[in-house]
Design a protein around this ligand. Structure first.
Ligand code: UT7
Length: 332
């Protein structure tokens, strides 16, 4: 009997219509387009402005896009993993609501949270369910409404993040395509440098926490940047070495879109030509759990069956890692 591998067989995505450009940010905080572009690579990001709509709204749209584009019956889905750092609410799983809303009533669902590495860790989890042999169609959704936790008077964070969603379908493959290897890491040292202080069990919401702005993302950008550059490059190099891959063997780097300079440093360490590096940070900023599936969606037509993809991410916690995956289809 041939070994089962877990392949990505379909992709979907959604970003809200509202565009927040660098030029508009210049009117909101003390910043400028030149600084943002050279330091991050970001030109604009999308925001979900309608009140009463949360991360599930984005995730449902992305899931529906995947189902419709590929003519997939939601009743066939066995499991939905919802990768997110901004669930609709602290209790009551966002993934469960998404599953019901898209008609995946035969699926069970849960949320997975690992800051900007949520989707990468989710790929590992989804693949493990497929490789177990018990599940045939696993949808991995990555969605974040980052605008719900960003202080738009803080220039250190508001220029970076955006809202968006993507989804992929994992299915069993017997041709050896799909996930080949993974190297996932975490280190609690990162907790101080990228966090939301209040609203959790240590510091529940109160009048004071709201007045002190403690429900917004705090980031010590310089420190996170330092760890991200070495962390993402280290794991990408490691996964190449242990799979005997040279830069010639790799077709695409699919890296978390947090900062163009972090992505370039990773590509450089891997010896990759710029043409192999998927980039869309200029259009969406850092959408946290959505960056990797948004890349797959934007570049789906360029990915060819058998291509070697290296996924890499770094995020709060700290959490980071790399995944080696062989692409499984050609999009017509
Ligand atoms: O996805 C999760 C993981 N997160 C990341 O990977 C993000 C990692 N960090 C970064 O991407 C970068 O650190 C930032 C983009 C957040 C900041 O870039 P930086 O090159 O590290 O800037 P910095 O914080 O060292 O600040 C440099 C200067 C400072 O001024 P002085 O002290 O040199 O006079 C800042 O006050 O730039 C100033 N500055 C700004 N200027 C204009 C900081 N933010 C801004 C701004 N506009 N928005």
């Amino acid at each position: 009997m041939s070994t089962i591998t877990a392949a990505i067989t379909a992709v979907g995505a959604y970003v809200p219509d509202f565009v927040l450009s660098n030029e508009v940010l210049e009117q909101m905080v003390d910043t400028n387009d030149e600084w943002i572009t050279t330091r991050t690579g970001i030109k604009e990001r999308r925001l979900l402005k309608e009140s009463g709509k949360g991360t599930s709204f984005l995730a449902i749209k992305a899931a529906q896009n995947l189902l419709e584009k590929n003519n997939i019956d939601p009743l066939e889905i066995d499991l939905i993993i919802m990768a997110t750092a901004t669930p609709d609410m602290p209790v009551a799983s966002t993934g469960v609501y998404v599953a019901s809303q898209i008609g995946a009533v035969n699926a069970f669902a849960f949320d997975l949270s690992a800051a900007c590495s949520s989707f990468l860790y989710g790929m590992s989890t989804a693949a493990a369910y497929i490789q177990s042999g018990s599940y045939k169609k696993v949808m991995l959704s990555g969605a974040d409404k980052m605008s719900s936790i960003i202080d738009y008077t803080d220039r250190a964070t508001c220029i970076i993040f955006g809202d968006g969603a993507g989804a992929v379908l994992f299915e069993p493959n017997t041709e050896g395509l799909g996930l080949q290897d993974e190297f996932l890491r975490s280190d609690g040292i990162g907790r101080e440098y990228l966090k939301i202080d209040a609203g959790g069990s240590i510091l529940p919401a109160s009048k004071d926490t709201v007045e002190n702005g403690q429900h917004f993302v705090f980031q010590d950008g310089k420190t996170v940047f330092k760890y991200a550059v070495s962390g993402m490059a280290d794991v990408s190099e490691k996964i190449m070495q242990r799979n005997n891959l040279t830069h010639d063997d790799i077709n695409w780097l699919v890296a978390h879109q947090a900062n163009r300079r972090i992505i370039d440093a990773t590509a450089q360490r891997m010896g990759l030509d710029e043409s192999k590096v998927l980039i869309n940070i200029q259009r969406y900023g850092n959408t946290t759990s959505a960056t990797l599936p948004l890349l797959l969606s934007d570049f789906e037509h360029q990915l060819k069956k058998g291509d070697n993809l290296i996924f890499a991410a770094f995020g709060g916690g700290f959490t980071w890692g790399a995944i080696y995956l062989k692409w499984a289809y050609n999009k017509q």
